[in-house]
Every structure is written in C-alpha cells, then in structure tokens.
Write a protein that binds this ligand. Structure first.
Ligand code: ADP
Length: 448
C-alpha cells in the first residue's frame, strides 16, 4: 500500500485541477477511427445473476446487437435474449428480440455458450465478421489499476487480488474473461475498471478519519464507483457544452437503482460520493447510503442484530424500500406518493434532500459549477426529482427551467437560457464507453 502522495494534486483542499503531468484515466476524445475494418467490438458486463453483452461495429461504434443472459434464480438454466439493432442507429431502434433457453451447468459454460450464439446471430445478420476486441466492465481495480488494460494471465492474477473488495462482481468478471477466452480464442481482451476514473482523487477526499494504519495495513480508503458512467457523462457534457475540459467544473449525479455523484474538474474526477464500498453516499433503491456509523454499533450492541443481519438490512432493506415500506423502484414510490401514500412521500423527500445537499458539497469542493449533470433511470426520467434537487442551488448559479425540465429528453439542457450553470440530462452509455476504450487500446497497440 502506497502512502498518499501530497503531489497528487496541486490544490487538494479545493479540489482544483490535478497535476497535468498525470495521465487521465480516459482521454478527452473518442480516439482514432480505423479507416475501414469489418469487425466487431464485443462488450461484456458480467453481474452475479445476469450478463449484458453489446456488439458494436468496429469502425463506426454503432451497436449491431445487444444480449442479456439471465439466470432468473435457476442454477441450471439461463435465458439468452438477443436484440439486433438497426444498423446506423442507437438503442431506441432495436428490432424484435429472440429468446432461447441454455443449459447452464456453471457460470462460465453459460457465458461461453451465450457468446457463441450472439456472435453467430450477429454474423448472420451483418455478414461474416469477426470480433476484433472484447471489452469487459470490471468493478474494482484497487489502487493499482488506473487505466483500461489488456487482460493477460498476470493481469488476471492482479484482478484476483481485489476479490475481497468486490466479492460478488470480481468472480463473475473473471469467469466471463475465461469464458471469452474459450469462446473467442486469441481475441484481445481489455478491462475497464469502475474505480479507475477515480485514480486521481486527492488524499483529503479518499482518507477516512480512522487510524492511519487502517489505510496502510488494510487498504481502507474511499475508491468511488460508477466510474465508467461518470467518464462517459464527462466526455458527453464537454461535447454538449461545446468546451474542451479546460476550466470546466461538473457535478454528475448518476441516479439509478444504485446512485452516486462525482465532482469533475477539467475532465478529472476529484471525488465520488461512494467510498470503500458502494454503500456510502446517496440513499438508493434498497441501500441506505451514508448513515451514522454509531447506529451500526448501537443496533448490534443494544438490539442484538448480528453482522449478517445488519449487512442484509443496509444493502437490501433500506433506502427507498426501507422508508416507504413499499418498493425500491423510484417510479412506483413516486406514483404511490401522488396517490397519498405518506411514507412514500417521506422517502422521496429524504432522497431529494440528500441529493441536493451532496450536490452543494461537491460544487463547493470544485469552487463553483459550470454544469450539473443528471443521468441514470431516475436522473434522466424524474422531473420531480430534478426540480427538488435543484431547489436552493440558485446560490451556485443553477437556474432550472421549469418547463423544459418537464419535457424529459436526454441529451438536453434544461437550465434557463441565462443560467450561469447548465443543467444537462445525459443518457449514460457505459457500453459505448467500454467499446470506445477497447477499440482505442487495440488501435494504439497496432500502431505502437
Ligand atoms: P440500474 O442502476 O439498475 O441500471 P436504472 O439506471 O435503470 O437502474 O434506474 C432504475 C430506476 O430508475 C428505478 O428506480 C426506476 O423506477 C427509475 N425510473 C425509470 N424510469 C422512470 C421514470 N419515468 N420516472 C421515475 N423514475 C424512473
């Protein structure tokens, strides 16, 4: 474990721009475009109970097909749903999906079979084309992995070292990598790590005020998550603002089933609201987000809850579900609140209050705000949440246009025309970000 470097940022306290000699986790542009290449980039996003695949044209990065492999609670069978995409268009223009049942004696076999079927279907639809590179979404790269990387045997060993930090996701990611090796032998594989976008957050933001040895001996520090989404939104916000990263300060709120916000200065993440684990920060669908750690001691000592019970409650029975007592789904809770369900109204109030206070804290960390970005299912779709979250932020130059805000259309700007800070709705594209970076690494390695 390396002690925190005081040279990591020029003005850590204020979160102002990082040392320009440090490499960015992701470059400011899409990278080179190949002149003509008839292959695919395959994106694999492996979760513990489902795997999402995306197949992109290598040259244009337009999606060719998407697929979902879902165990649906079974240990022996999985369903593969393949949705071809109309060439030259994005998500909304997908054709009719096809579904098939697969034998799934183990995770790796099911993923390999799913890959073969997806690539076969896509080749049939788009001509016989091969996969040029596979990009994997991986959750945790610890302090070591700070860039997208090629995956080889040594890298797999390195990833294994972070298993204790993401015990559900890392085994799934490694299995998916090995399934890809079996299904597509010889095809280069690239890993993108959610934590990598936060490689440059300063010590004042990542150290917890606990004994310093917890950090040096046990590696306890804040990491940050949802990095691939925050990286995509950073690049897209720069595009929408029509300004390069120079001088641009962003607060990005990714509000989905899991939620986090990131402060970004000049294209580099300064801090994220999630911490050592994705439990810190915003209140979420079923996760509590930040709570007084004294509560956790109290309920164990005084109320007799076990570690396992507290773990289960904070991860699966808190957040929107915990307060509303009804649902973890924001839309459902919103509907119930409109129909007079008091605890749903309360849950939404707490949710919005926490988003607003966090935006304020992050904006002050940056010394001001050029754009506030909303993404994720809730951020993109709930005009109520956006208007509540922006209430009082006029002091930071955020003036939401109430009418525009009602017409939810990512990617759009819903700030008043004369608002000093813009308010951007962005449809996050983690899969595209992974495809872009995987292609960039392959092209750069070919020209090296
Ligand atoms: P995940 O984190 O699983 O990717 P999403 O980003 O898809 O999740 O976000 C899911 C959340 O978005 C759910 O709580 C859902 O209710 C909410 N959501 C989706 N559409 C709407 C909508 N039109 N209005 C309010 N909330 C919505």
């Amino acid at each position: 474990m390396n002690p925190p470097s005081s040279t990591a940022v020029s003005k850590g306290e204020t979160g102002q721009p990082v040392d320009p000699s440090l490499p960015r986790a992701y470059p400011a542009t899409e990278g080179p475009r190949p002149a003509r290449d008839p292959g695919f980039v395959l994106v694999v996003n492996a979760g513990s109970s489902s795997v999402k695949f995306g197949l992109f044209d290598f040259q244009t990065l337009q999606p060719s097909a998407r697929a979902l492999l879902d165990w649906g609670g079974s240990s022996q069978r999985a369903t593969l749903t393949i949705t071809p995409c109309t060439t030259g268009e994005h998500d909304s223009n997908s054709s009719k999906p096809t579904r098939c049942e697969l034998d799934a004696p183990d995770y790796r076999t099911a993923v390999a079979r799913g890959l073969e079927l997806l690539c076969g279907t896509a080749s049939g639809l788009h001509g016989d084309r091969s996969v040029r590179v596979v990009g994997h979404r991986l959750i945790h790269g610890g302090e070591e992995i700070r860039q997208p990387v090629f995956i080889d045997a040594t890298m797999k060993q390195t990833i294994r070292r972070f298993l204790h930090l993401a015990p559900l996701h890392i085994p799934a990611g490694l299995e998916a990598i090995e399934a890809t090796e079996a299904a597509l032998p010889g095809v280069p594989q690239v890993g993108l790590f959610d934590t990598a976008f936060f490689a440059h957050i300063p010590p004042c933001a990542y150290l917890y005020p606990v004994p310093y040895e917890w950090y040096t001996d046990w590696g306890i520090r804040r990491f940050g998550f949802h990095g691939t989404s925050h990286a995509y939104c950073t690049l897209r916000a720069h595009e929408m603002l029509g300004r390069g990263p120079k001088g641009v300060r962003l607060v990005i709120c990714h509000l989905g089933q899991g939620s986090s916000a990131t402060a970004v200065a000049e294209g580099v993440a300064v801090t994220n609201t999630m911490g050592f684990t994705p439990l810190e920060g915003f209140m979420m669908g079923t996760r509590s987000g930040t709570v007084d750690p004294g509560i956790i001691l109290y309920v164990q000592r005084e109320k007799g809850l076990t570690v396992e019970q507290v773990d289960e409650i904070l991860h699966h029975r808190s957040g929107l579900l915990g307060i509303s007592g009804l649902s973890s789904d924001f839309r459902r809770v919103e509907q119930a609140a409109q129909q007079g369900h008091e605890r749903s109204r309360l849950a939404l109030e707490v949710y919005a209050y926490r988003v607003r206070t966090m935006i304020g804290a992050l904006a002050v960390t940056l010394g001001g705000l050029d754009a506030l970005v909303f993404t994720g299912g809730i951020g993109e779709n709930s005009s109520w949440l956006r208007s509540e979250a922006c209430r009082g932020l006029e002091c930071l130059g955020v003036y939401l246009d109430a009418e525009k805000n009602l017409m939810t259309r990512p990617d759009d700007d819903v700030a008043k025309a004369d608002s000093p800070a813009r308010v951007l709705l962005i449809h996050t594209r983690e899969d595209l970000m992974i495809a872009r970076e995987a292609r960039r690494l392959v092209l750069e390695s070919n020209t090296a």
